[in-house]
Design a protein around this ligand. Structure first.
Ligand code: GRF
Length: 187
């Protein structure tokens, strides 16, 4: 059984969706968050152990990440699933878990990396919309792509497009996780 930890610090709808899908071969052993949020409430309601490790001001990012690393090493985590964690990791953290961290990003990468990707895409006005699941490397939203899906949208409304993005995310993330598990088993 692959031991997975989800990182989420927002609404947690992707986290909930992953839990509800009951993906075979994987056990969600913990949620890690940087603040109390929708995702931590979901963890509580589903009896998933969770920890909040805040990014406190005045602390070096790497020192905060060391606390995360400690938790993950104790669990002997196989896979880290980022679902709206909203923090960029240092190369130190990424190296600790090379090829074990995956992320979902609300754009058709390599277009619109970083924050507010849906807004970036709308502002650009080229109609390039979609969702990408990728491995995490030292660069922002630039690791190897596992899966992506284009979204056709003619409007100009952030909420409407975000909603479409979420619907695609709920399909594509569990499918990409299954792909990753398959790869793990082959190796
Ligand atoms: C998703 O849109 C995901 O692409 C991005 O963060 C958002 C998280 O949403 N990385 P939710 O908390 O899962 O609803």
């Amino acid at each position: 059984m692959i031991k997975a930890v989800v990182f989420a610090s927002g609404t947690g709808s992707n986290f909930l969706n992953i839990l509800n899908k009951n993906i075979m071969g994987i056990e969600i052993v913990m949620l890690l968050a940087n603040k109390e949020c929708g995702a931590t409430t979901i963890a509580q309601n589903h009896n998933i152990p969770y920890k909040v490790i805040p990014y406190e001001k005045g602390f070096a990012k790497q020192d905060i990440e060391k606390r995360y690393v400690k938790e993950l090493k104790e669990i002997e985590v196989d896979l880290i699933i980022l679902a709206g964690f909203m923090k960029i990791f240092t190369p130190y953290f990424v190296k600790e878990f090379e090829n074990k961290i995956i992320n979902i990003h609300p754009s058709l990468l390599p277009n619109y990396r970083g924050n507010k990707a849906v807004e970036q895409a709308l502002q650009d006005g080229k109609g390039i919309y979609g969702v990408t699941v990728h491995y995490v490397n030292e660069l922002v939203d630039a690791g190897e792509i596992i899966d992506q899906k284009k979204i056709d949208y003619d409007g100009n409304d952030v909420d409407e497009l975000t909603n479409l993005v979420h619907q695609v995310e709920y399909e594509i993330y569990p499918a990409a996780i299954k792909k990753v598990i398959k790869k793990f088993k082959e190796n």
